[in-house]
Design a protein around this ligand. Structure first.
Ligand SMILES: [Zn+2]
Length: 796
């Protein structure tokens, strides 16, 4: 098989006088011939003009190597040896492009290339065995490097939400979802998906030399305890605005934190290490016990030591912020854990190692940035360097090639990875951590790799909901353009997508990343919960079948989704050297600290995304000249899903009532002026129903259409109509506000080709009327989808 992104020519076939160019030659036709010489140039990629790209070409016989996206099955018989043929020489050359290309060694399959000028280049790998030749190409986009200074994050602190759209969603999280997670974590009798605060209690007993129980659940079951600590901390910074239910829920959260924090800290070992699955022996399968006495720390790839430790670091950041730095118990313990890792792992004589799951890598980036903020510039740099060391150790720290796997992104050095592969949560956490390293070190190889991986995902492996992960069997990325509607799209992968896109925005200062994380937020992530926030989806297929459930055998998403949704202020604003950026339109008040040298209270009044009318009032501490960049939404960032009609720009933009015509830069309207308290920006973002047709390369989506309104993707549901009907391309679409449907939604109305009415509801509100929710996802029988995104437009 020849991957579809390669462009191969078969000169031997032409020499033999066979039929004109054919992309694939049937094996039978070649059975009596000498083996075909083949080449593979590698995946398309992006490179910074100041850097180089790493080429790993292949020339040989038989099938070109494909990245094995599945975890390696060690029990499987080895594959048959590939056919052999005459030795071939190979050479790289420039096929096209605006400038010069310098290959370090053009005759070597594994080499590097540098480029003189930005632009799009096609590189060609040609092999010749004296009888025949074959060539393949790859495309390289050469870009200017990112600005010298990344944007600065806004930490989510005390904030007040005033959004008809978001207030009910955030309230449901606070009064229903988080208390549910707390109750589950406090239980000691959960049979499926166990392992809560009890693990910390038992570990502390062991550390005190008392009789104790076994570690329960997965090795990573500490994760949802830490995520829920973080979720409670952020939820306590939401102004309850006298809502008695929110006040009551927040009281329970305060009491829970006071109960849990001492229990968590009592399980921390004296050197700072914290992972109860190592402190305690573990419950094994079928009532067995796994004795961990001989287990060393940082020795085994699959024990999620970094995954669990990373969530602990992150929880400490938001607990510190919630208490305004007055309660440093978690922060100090997190520093101790981060130092424990730093003291043990690193360049020789320290140990080179990496965890199979990259949560620690992204947490160290975030923690390092936060320590720089709290303790002073440079103080957190060692944690960012440790994140880089852990990432650099992927593939290099394993002498045994069998340990290197695309499943956990260790198949190649991370800076030579240009295609998103493997387990999708590990992948996006890895890329998110790599973006942190690029921000914190300006390493040009990292800048090129994160941009290449981003382009590969967004233009070839991305779902219209902002979710990622096509393949359920290993929870991961599939081949390019292979995007079935029975998608996996794990909720944690939507969280990771938001972190990754947001950090790309910090690095490259571009609004297009906010366009994408807005999509993940309003669809993939928000839709993981039901409207009451009592049930959730672990995986989010585009053809929805089963109902949501209260818990999962692997509850990795339960706290992750809550903490990510609650950090709206962080996703909404960022700081630049000369002012601030408005990235999302969310009604409410956020105090943006230390922007343009002062505090600026930002007040947004809007019912977005129900309408596009947004008013932003600024309250800077003092009148001053600075720049406000307001994102102008672009719904066509991914080349996979061009919407029509085109809806772009703003219908109107005013400052203090007077129309302004700002410069548009990197997707932002740039407004520089002397700002004073009470100055108001008003904009009208055009909102219209749009049809989305997928790029032709996505075979499964031909003859189908999806619907979009602003950032929201739509579903049609059996509850309203027969979803097998055709929605003709000429059917007019209208948006209609339905206050009584699903808590109030903007619907899209149209007409099926048989003349009957079509009603579509936002994807986040799907599956709130079909079938009772369950405790766990139902196993076994397949049921037909009753809520779909991609509607048939014509019979194929
Ligand atoms: Zn998850």
């Amino acid at each position: 098989m020849i991957p579809n992104h390669k462009h191969s020519t078969f000169t031997r076939r032409q020499l033999l006088g066979a039929a004109a160019l054919a992309p694939v030659i049937p094996a039978a036709a070649l059975a009596d011939e000498t083996p075909q010489l083949r080449t593979l140039a590698g995946p398309d990629r992006v490179v910074m003009k100041t850097g180089k790209t790493y080429l790993r070409g292949w020339a040989g016989y038989g099938d070109p190597p494909q990245i094995n996206r599945q975890p390696r099955n060690r029990n499987a018989p080895p594959p048959p040896p590939p056919p052999t043929g005459p030795a071939a020489t190979s050479a790289w050359s420039k096929e096209s492009g605006p400038g010069e290309v310098t290959f370090a060694d053009p005759k070597s399959l594994v080499t590097t290339a540098k480029f003189s000028t930005p632009g799009t280049y096609v590189l060609k790998l040609t092999a010749n065995n004296g009888q025949a030749s074959n060539s393949s190409t790859l495309t390289v986009s050469v870009e200017e490097p990112p600005p010298a200074h990344a944007l600065e994050p806004i930490y989510t602190k005390a904030n007040k939400l005033d959004s008809p759209f978001w207030n009910p969603r955030i309230k449901a999280l606070i009064v229903n979802w988080i208390p549910h997670c707390v109750d589950q974590i406090n239980r000691t009798d959960i049979k499926i998906g166990p392992g809560g605060i009890d693990n910390f209690v038992e570990a502390a007993k062991k550390l005190r030399g008392e009789p104790h129980g076994l570690h329960k659940g997965y090795v990573f079951s500490n994760a949802w305890v830490h995520q829920t600590v973080e979720s409670m901390s952020i939820a306590l910074m939401v102004d309850p605005q006298a809502d008695q239910e929110i006040i009551k829920a927040q009281e329970k959260m305060r009491a829970t934190l006071e109960d849990w924090i001492p229990k968590i800290l009592a399980a921390q070992e004296s050197d700072g290490y914290l992972q109860t699955a190592f402190t305690l022996s573990r419950e094994g399968p079928n009532g067995t016990t796994i004795d961990t006495a001989g287990f060393k720390h940082w020795d085994r790839r699959g024990d999620h030591e970094g995954y669990v430790g990373g969530y602990f670091l992150e929880s400490a950041i938001n607990h510190y912020l919630m208490t305004n730095g007055k309660d440093k118990r978690l922060y100090n313990a997190a520093t101790k854990l981060a130092d424990c890792w730093y003291n043990n792992l690193g360049p020789a004589p320290k140990k080179a190692w990496y965890d199979g799951h990259q949560e620690m890598e992204q947490a160290l980036g975030r923690f390092g940035r936060f320590v720089n903020e709290v303790e002073g510039p440079g103080k957190g740099q060692k944690y960012i360097e440790l994140a880089k060391f852990l990432l650099d150790s992927r593939s290099r720290a394993s002498k045994d090639e069998r340990e290197r796997s695309p499943y956990d992104q260790s198949h190649l050095p991370v800076t030579e990875q240009y295609e998103a592969v493997g387990h999708s949560v590990r992948a996006v956490y890895s890329y998110s951590g790599m973006a942190d390293v690029a921000i914190g070190t300006h390493d040009v190889d990292y800048e090129s790799a994160v941009k290449s991986l981003w382009a590969n995902i967004v233009h070839k492996k991305y779902y219209v909901t902002g979710g990622v992960g096509a393949v359920g069997s290993f929870e991961g990325f599939g081949a390019e353009y292979a995007l079935p509607n029975a998608a996996y799209c794990e909720t944690c992968a939507s969280c990771g997508e938001i972190f990754y896109q947001w950090k790309m925005h910090l690095l490259y200062h571009d609004a297009k990343y906010a366009d994408l994380y807005e999509d993940s937020l309003y669809n993939g992530l928000l839709g993981s919960l039901d409207l009451d926030a009592k049930h959730f989806f672990y995986d989010n297929p585009l053809d929805a079948t089963v109902s949501r459930y209260t818990w999962h055998v692997c509850p990795c998403c339960v706290g992750n989704l809550a903490r990510t949704l609650l950090m709206l202020p962080t996703w909404t604003y960022t700081r630049s050297a000369d002012g601030l950026n408005v990235n999302l339109f969310v009604g409410g008040t956020v105090n943006v600290e230390n922007a343009a040298g002062m505090n600026i209270r930002m007040v947004q009044a809007t019912d977005y995304p129900r309408s596009g009318k947004v008013a932003i009032t600024l309250h800077p501490d003092v009148s001053k000249n600075f720049t406000v960049r307001v994102r102008i939404p672009n719904r066509a960032v991914s080349l996979l899903y061009p919407p029509s009609p085109e809806v772009s720009g703003v219908t109107s933009l005013k400052v203090n009532g007077s129309a302004v015509k700002p410069v548009i830069e990197k997707g932002y309207a740039v407004i520089t002026r002397n700002w004073k308290a009470g100055d108001k920006i008003e904009l009208d973002v055009p909102m219209k129903p749009q049809r989305v047709h997928a790029n032709d390369n996505v075979a499964t989506l031909r003859n189908k259409v999806a619907l979009r309104y602003g950032p929201m993707i739509y579903n049609i549901e059996k509850a309203d109509q027969d979803i097998a009907k055709l929605l003709g391309p000429d059917s007019p679409l209208t948006a209609e506000w339905k206050p009584d449907l699903l808590g109030g939604v903007v619907t899209i109305k149209g007409q099926f080709t048989d003349g009957s009415p079509m009603l579509a509801i936002p994807n986040y509100a799907r599956k709130n009327r079909s079938g009772p929710p369950t405790e766990y996802p139902p196993q076994g029988q397949r049921v037909a989808a009753d809520s779909i995104i991609w509607i048939k437009e014509r019979d194929a």
